[in-house]
Design a protein around this ligand. Structure first.
Ligand code: EPZ
Length: 453
C-alpha cells in the first residue's frame, strides 16, 4: 500500500518522494487479510454522508496530466485504495501530489519526462489506462501497460485505441504495452463513432481531444454523470467541450489547459448501495451530499419493491414501510439506464422479496459471480445466459463468503445485514477499493458489523 507525504505542489519534481506519513492509518483503509463480520437482523437508521465518486475522481486525476499547472480537488475520496493506486501511477509519471484527510487533493504535472505507466501499478487497476489519452495529447507519445481482463469480463480497450488512431496516432502493442505516437504537429480532431457505448473510451478520447488540432466529435458517447463531471473540469481548465450528457460530445481543441479547482460529484453507486440497504434492513436512512438525479433509474424499481424515497435539499431519505418487499425486474444498460454497478446489490434485495424478479446484465459478460455466494446463504437464483431469475425466500442464513469484485462484495455485505446469524465476507480489499469507511458508516446506523483480522 502506498502512502503520500504532503508536498509543496509547486516544488520541483525531484522533491517528489513517496513516504509514509504519520497519519497514514487514519487516511487509508487497511485491508490485507482482514474480513468483515456482519450479524444480521438489526434495523438500520441514521445519516450517511456520501463520499465523492470514485469513478469520477479517477478520471479527474488522469486529466490533471493535461496541464503543467496545479489542479485542486475537493470531495476527493482519498481513503479509497483505487485513488491511492492511481496516485502511485501519477507519481511515477512525475506528478507532485498531495492527498489530504479533509478530502482535498492537489495534483501538479509540471513536467512529464517519461510518459510511461508501468505494469506493476497498472495491473492493480484497469482505470490506469485512462492516463493514455492525456499523456499522448500532452507529450505526443505514451507507453502504458495493457491492463488485462478482470473478474467481471474480458474488458478490452480497443475502442480507446480506435479513437486515438482516428486522431492520427500510430499505435502498436509490444510486450504487453500500448505504445502510442501522435503525428507530426500533434493529434488531429476527428469524428469518432463508437460501435458500443463505453465510459472509459469516451473519457480517454475526450481528454486526448482537448489538445488536438481542430474539432473532434465523439458519436455514441457515454452519458454517465462522471463523464459530465470530467467534461466540466476540463472546461474549467480551458477546454472547449459541448454536448456533455448527450450521445454526441464535441471538443474543439485548444493550445493549452490551465489549473483549476474542482469539486468531485457524489458517488451515485455508494448512494444506490445504501438505498438498497435501507430497503433490505428496514429503517430510515438519510443520505447526505447526494442527489436523486444521480440515481434516477434505481428509484422506480426500488419504489415498486416498496421503498419510500424522498429528497430534502442535498439529502435523500430512504424508508422501508411495514409491507413486504415485492419482486421486480431490472436490466442493466448504459446511463441513463439501470447501472451495472448496482446490479449485484439489487439482486441481494430480490432474494428476500415476495414473488420473483428477473435481472438482465447487458454490460459485462461475467457479472453474476455473486450468485453462487448468495446461493450459499439460501438464495434461490437461476441463471440463464445473461439473465437471472431470483425467487424470493423467507430468509437468508449467515455464511462465510467471498467475492471477486467490488460490487459483488457490497452485495454480500448487504445480504449479511439481513441474514440470520453471522456472515463473514472475505477478500475485503475489493471493498476498500471503492467504499470509503463502509464499516464505520453502517455501524453508526445501528448495523452489527466489524472488521476482523
Ligand atoms: C466503467 O468501466 C466503470 N469503471 C465500471 O465500474 C462500470 O461498471 C462501467 O464503466 C460501466 O458503467 C470506472 O469508471 C473506473 P465501459 P469501463 O468501457 O469504462 C466494452 C466499478 O465497480 N468495451 O463502459 O471499463 C466492455 O468490455 C467498476 O466501479 C469494449 O468492448 O466500462 C464492456 O462490455 C466496474 N471495448 C462495455 O464495453 C473497449 O475498448 C462497457 O464498458 C471498451 C469497452
Amino acid at each position: 500500500m502506498l502512502h503520500y507525504q504532503e508536498h509543496d505542489a509547486t516544488a520541483q519534481k525531484t522533491d517528489n518522494i513517496i513516504s509514509i506519513p504519520a497519519n497514514a492509518d487514519a487516511m487509508t483503509q487497511s485491508s490485507g487479510l482482514e474480513k468483515i463480520r456482519v450479524t444480521g437482523g438489526k434495523t438500520i437508521n441514521g445519516t450517511i454522508r456520501i463520499s465523492g465518486a470514485k469513478n469520477s475522481a479517477l478520471k479527474l486525476m488522469c486529466a490533471t496530466l493535461l496541464s503543467d499547472e496545479a489542479v485542486e480537488m475537493t470531495n476527493l475520496p482519498v481513503a479509497l485504495q483505487d485513488i491511492q493506486t492511481l496516485a502511485g501511477v501519477l507519481q511515477q509519471l512525475g506528478v507532485a501530489l498531495t492527498l489530504r484527510e479533509d478530502k482535498t487533493g492537489t495534483f501538479h504535472a509540471r513536467v512529464i519526462d517519461k510518459p510511461l505507466a508501468h505494469y506493476d501499478l497498472v495491473r492493480k487497476m484497469r482505470a490506469s489506462i485512462l492516463v493514455l489519452g492525456p499523456l499522448l495529447a500532452r507529450c505526443g507519445y505514451a507507453e502504458v501497460s495493457l491492463p488485462g481482463g478482470c473478474a467481471i469480463g474480458t474488458r478490452p480497450v480497443d475502442l480507446h485505441l480506435m479513437g486515438m488512431e482516428k486522431m492520427g496516432a500510430t499505435i502498436t502493442l509490444e510486450e504487453g504495452y500500448v505504445k502510442a505516437k501522435a503525428p507530426e504537429g500533434g493529434l488531429q480532431g476527428a469524428d469518432i463513432t463508437f460501435p458500443v457505448v463505453s465510459v472509459g473510451a469516451t473519457e480517454n478520447n475526450m481528454m486526448a481531444a482537448t489538445l488536438a488540432k481542430g474539432t473532434t466529435r465523439l458519436i455514441n458517447a457515454a452519458r454517465e454523470p462522471e463523464i459530465v463531471d470530467l467534461g466540466n473540469m476540463l472546461n474549467a481548465m480551458g477546454a472547449k467541450i459541448t454536448g456533455l450528457g448527450t450521445s454526441t460530445i464535441t471538443i474543439e481543441g485548444v493550445e493549452k489547459l490551465h489549473g483549476c479547482t474542482h469539486d468531485v460529484i457524489p458517488d451515485r453507486i455508494e448512494t444506490g448501495t445504501w438505498m438498497i440497504a435501507a430497503a433490505l434492513a428496514g429503517g430510515t436512512l438519510r443520505l447526505e451530499h447526494t442527489s436523486l438525479n444521480l440515481v434516477e433509474a434505481l428509484v422506480k424499481p426500488l419504489e415498486k419493491a416498496g421503498l419510500e424515497i424522498s429528497e430534502e435539499g442535498d439529502a435523500i431519505i430512504a424508508s422501508r414501510t411495514d409491507k413486504p418487499l415485492k419482486g421486480t425486474d431490472i436490466m442493466t444498460e448504459p446511463h441513463p439506464g439501470f447501472a451495472t454497478d448496482l446490479q449485484a446489490q439489487f439482486m441481494t434485495m430480490l432474494t428476500l422479496c415476495e414473488g420473483a424478479g428477473m435481472v438482465t446484465e447487458t454490460i459485462f459478460e461475467n457479472r453474476f459471480m455473486h450468485v453462487p455466494e448468495l446461493a450459499r446463504m439460501g438464495a434461490d437464483i437461476t441463471v440463464q445466459g445473461n439473465s437471472a431469475i431470483v425467487r424470493g425466500v423467507k430468509k437468508l442464513k449467515g455464511a462465510e463468503v467471498m467475492a471477486t469484485d467490488l460490487r459483488a462484495s457490497a452485495s454480500l455485505v448487504l445480504a449479511g445485514l439481513v441474514a440470520e446469524g453471522t456472515t463473514t465476507v472475505n477478500r475485503i480489499y475489493h471493498l476498500d477499493r471503492g467504499y470509503e469507511n463502509l464499516v464505520e458508516k453502517l455501524s453508526a446506523c445501528g448495523a452489527d458489523i466489524e472488521r476482523i483480522a
